[in-house]
Every structure is written in structure tokens, then in C-alpha cells.
Design a protein. Structure first.
Length: 176
């Protein structure tokens, strides 16, 4: 299925599925039966989010945010823009924001600041992949899927210039 020259599977789909189950169990403990607003950060988190919410119990509400900082590059521009804002009222709610990757932390810092201004009762961050060694600003990740030390990742929702999101595994992209 993959071009072996450029794509190397680093997290196979079976491992992802197992980890999603574990994360869902941790989220259930944290939420203590409260209604939960789960927010998907588009586009990268869309597959992870879909798998995760289907493991969570009711009552659950889904919302979507879109954040952009990369353009078609493999390095962040540092300029974080929210290109889709939230319509839901979060005040007094228990909120889980679901992101694909926390890299420099700049995107998540902006998103968490934006969501905090909406006065949720509790706000937790779930990220599929933590590139903690690349952090430029501190971001508390409450539920992290995998620690990845290096490489530009694609698949399972993650893209390079909008490509490869549909791959079922997380792969490292080897560019010339
Ligand atoms: P940060 O603001 O530097 O933390 O960047 C976070 C965002 O950059 C994530 O939401 C991803 O969308 C994107 N990103 C960071 N690293 C990668 C990667 O390896 N592959 C694909 N997207 C990435
Ligand atoms: Mg993202």
C-alpha cells in the first residue's frame, strides 16, 4: 500500500487502536460521569477523534475547531490562526480538546488560551502524539498517546501538504 522509499510505518494501526482504548478508559475516570464536550482540532485529529469518541460513554457532545500554522511546510510558521471558531457555550462544562500532535506547543497554547476564556468547569488536553523534546512553550498534556522523538509524521489523519491523511498507520515521511 505504501511507497517504501518515502513512507516508514512507525505506529501500526493495531497499536493505535489499543492505545485509543486505554486513553478512553483514562478519560472516563477523569470525567466521573459528567457530560463531556469533546472538541476535535481539525484537520489532523479527525480520525483519532472519531475513534476516541466512539469509545466514550454518554452524555457526549462533539465540537470542532480549526487551527492553522503550517501551510505546506514541515515546520511551523509560528503564526497560529483559528480558522474555525467554536459556537458552543462552554461555561461550566467539562471539556476535552483532542489534538493530533503537540510539537512546539504554540498551536495548543493558543487554543487552550482561547478555550479558557470560555470558562469551562474543567479543560483537559488529549494528544495522539507528543514531540516533547521540540517544545518551545510549556503545554500540559493530560492524555498522551505516543511520545515520538523525531521525524515528520503522516497518516491516521496527519498530513504533509494535505496528503497521506487516509493512511491507516502513522508513518515517518522521508523527504529528499
Ligand atoms: P505546534 O504548534 O508546533 O505544536 O504544532 C502543532 C501542529 O503542527 C499539530 O497540530 C500538527 O497539525 C502539526 N504538526 C506538527 N508535527 C507534525 C508532523 O510530524 N506531521 C504532521 N503534522 C504535524
Ligand atoms: Mg493539528
Amino acid at each position: 500500500m505504501y511507497d517504501k522509499e518515502t513512507l516508514e510505518v512507525v505506529i501500526p494501526k493495531e497499536r493505535i487502536a489499543h492505545r485509543v482504548e486505554e486513553i478512553a478508559a483514562e478519560v472516563e475516570v477523569w470525567r466521573r460521569g459528567d457530560p463531556l464536550v469533546a472538541i476535535c482540532v481539525l484537520k489532523g485529529a479527525f480520525i483519532f477523534f472519531s475513534d476516541l469518541v466512539r469509545q466514550l460513554s454518554q452524555p457526549l457532545f462533539v465540537e470542532f475547531l480549526r487551527c492553522s500554522s503550517y501551510g505546506d511546510c514541515t515546520e511551523t510558521s509560528g503564526q497560529v490562526r483559528l480558522t474555525l471558531e467554536l459556537e458552543a457555550d462552554l461555561s461550566g462544562k467539562r471539556v476535552l480538546v483532542v489534538e493530533d500532535i503537540v510539537d512546539t506547543g504554540l498551536s495548543m497554547q493558543a487554543i487552550l488560551a482561547y478555550l479558557t476564556r470560555k470558562n469551562p468547569k474543567d479543560l483537559a488536553l488529549c494528544a495522539l502524539i507528543d514531540k516533547s523534546h521540540r517544545r518551545q512553550v510549556q503545554v500540559p498534556i493530560d492524555f498522551a498517546g505516543f511520545e515520538m522523538p523525531k521525524g515528520f509524521l503522516v497518516g491516521y489523519g496527519l498530513d504533509y501538504a494535505q496528503r497521506y491523511r487516509e493512511l491507516p498507520d502513522v508513518c515517518v515521511l522521508h523527504l529528499e
